[in-house]
Design a protein around this ligand. Structure first.
Ligand code: FES
Length: 148
């Protein structure tokens, strides 16, 4: 399995506030100097830990989770559930010696497109400082393959 690209970011977005911000950003032709892939979820409460671990194993350098503002989830508690899950994932990443800063949650209102763009730019800058996904940069295969 090949590593994706330099400074690749996977962004999970909920289908409500975050999707609206993404679409507004696209209408304004906002650009990012990073490879960002978006996966839409009905709500970030549907974000399973395996999605995060799999994305890191696939080679993404960082993962952003865009959620509705706290107390404003369209499914009432989805973003609260996601926050609790992400705290546990952070703890697990710490145990594994994997920098937990590579996984970040952003609370986003539908009209907050500047925050949306700024979040991606700042996260990309952070990843530049942290370097490549250590699963790949530490592998003997030159970052090309860690499992079949
Ligand atoms: Fe957006 Fe739940 S609907 S976080």
């Amino acid at each position: 399995m090949k590593r994706i690209t330099e400074r690749s970011i996977l962004a999970f977005i909920c289908n409500w506030c975050a999707r609206a911000a993404l679409e507004s950003a696209a209408l304004h032709r906002m650009e990012y100097p990073f490879n960002v892939k978006f996966i839409k979820l009905s709500c970030v409460g549907r974000l399973e830990p395996i999605f995060i671990y799999r994305a890191f194993l696939e080679g993404f350098d960082g993962i952003l989770v865009f959620a509705c503002p706290q107390n404003d989830c369209h499914y009432v508690q989805g973003n609260i559930i996601a926050r609790a899950r992400i705290e546990k994932i952070h703890a697990t990443l710490d145990l594994l010696g994997f920098d937990q800063e590579r996984l970040k949650v952003v609370w986003l209102a539908a009209n907050d497109i500047e925050k949306f763009q700024r979040s991606i730019l700042e996260f990309g800058d952070l990843l530049d400082k942290l370097g490549s996904n250590p699963i790949f940069s530490n592998s003997k295969g030159g970052g090309e393959q860690v499992y079949d």
